[in-house]
Design a protein. Sequence first.
Lengths: 286, 259
Amino acid sequence: MSAASYNFAYLDEQSKRMIRRAILKAIAIPGYQVPFASREMPMPYGWGTGGIQVTAAILGPDDVLKVIDQGSDDTTNAVSIRAFFAKVADVKTTTATTDATVIQTRHRVPETPLSDRQILVYQVPIPEPLRFLEPRETETRRLHALADYGLMHVKLYEDIARHGHIATAYAYPVMVAGRYLMDPSPVPKFDNPKISDCAALQLFGAGREKRIYAIPPYTRVVSLDFEDYPFERYRQSGTCALCGADDTFLDEVVTDDKGGRMFICSDSDYCEKRRETASAGEKPHD
Amino acid sequence: MTDDAPLLSARGVTKWYGRRLGCRSVGFDLYPGEVVAIVGESGSGKSTLLRLLTRQADLDAGTVSYRMRDGSLRDLAALTDAERAVLRRTDWGFVHQDASFGLRMSVSAGGNIGERLMSAGARHYGDIRAEAGRWLARVEIDEARLDDTPDTFSGGMRQRLQIACSLVTGPRLIFMDEPTGGLDVSVQARILDLLRGLVVDLGLSALIVTHDLGVARLLSHRIMVMKAGEVIESGLTDRVLDDPREPYTQLLVSSILPA
């Protein structure tokens, strides 16, 4: 079968309409998990089927798509999804954050601030922040309905009791617009402040769990904490070995089998742009 | 609000499980500071009644009313889910026979006690922890066990922890379902002693479901005897136990092994 026989962006129009309705509902109730009839996608659950369906539903012919996986444009997941949409939607793709209109992401928020002309689509493995505290879905829905979120603080309490600090490093729970408790997908808590008051629309798709949720632009998103143990961002202390940035989220890269390692920006596009401007102007100072 | 107005009031409480009877036409008043025991053999409808009173199950007929903190008597069925949830986690306490119903077994003792405080809006780790420590000491558990999980606790300690978890928000009414079931006699005695002390000190009202007449005698002021889903006899505890009127109650009382 040739690519031409697919409908634009793979999904049929009725499916896209269904997903768009769920997205609209999600935007209307920030942080609320809207059930939707998740479709089979030509890839396994866990590879971003939720994010892909959301992207497919919002993509138009003039959009420019960027896909990142752990901040990087060139890992398998990112390359495959970008190629997928280049083929089935024939849209322009890019690796430049500023050029993209739709950015599908797994586990990171780009370092470059987003604009109000962009949409960030998250791939979500487990949408329910209370899942590991309360396994019953009926019960967690009731807790959401009653805004009964003491349980989430029990988790943070346990962190402090066991580790002396809030050890939750990713998927750090947030309150959206003062109402719904939300799992920001497994982004490092370093990214949590970027989610709040963000100019771009943020959409979250969980394919296996069949849930879509959203944070409208400029919505206040607060990371949970205690008065005496306030929320803290975390990054490896160090600078990027490639671009020298000392304020970005870093990946640790093992370079040999003798304990050699280096830290580099996890956001590959941000890192490249910094190196380009550095070599175009003056040499980096190291 | 005066002390002669009932705290909890049940009228004609009835529940059918299909064609089988859960309980029928149960009515009573529980007054502030009073401890009432519901006794009867297994399957007599004791636990069903408790579930109905706490609205964990819906009634087929009858009403259960509760006097809120503002003094108004409200039909529990007319409360919103949110109001009932608040009631359940602040004004009521629960001690279950199986501690795993009442506790999070993989969360530390401090986290278990703190959960109600955090639900009520406490957001200061140090304060929550200090309060949890105080309650642990109050139920006679070594404060050094604050960060241990209940699954490392003995049966008696789990029951004590449940009591601490229930009482930390200063409830007015505590529901207990076989609080000392499955514990050995000496541990039972110490828990009953603790409960009796706390009920008096805090001026709590309590509703205790038990098949153990000894527990009822030690803790309760009044007693209701259930058989086949109905209350067949009720009255002051010593009156019912020392001078049982119904043949079934006589049988129950005479079934106690002499010490």
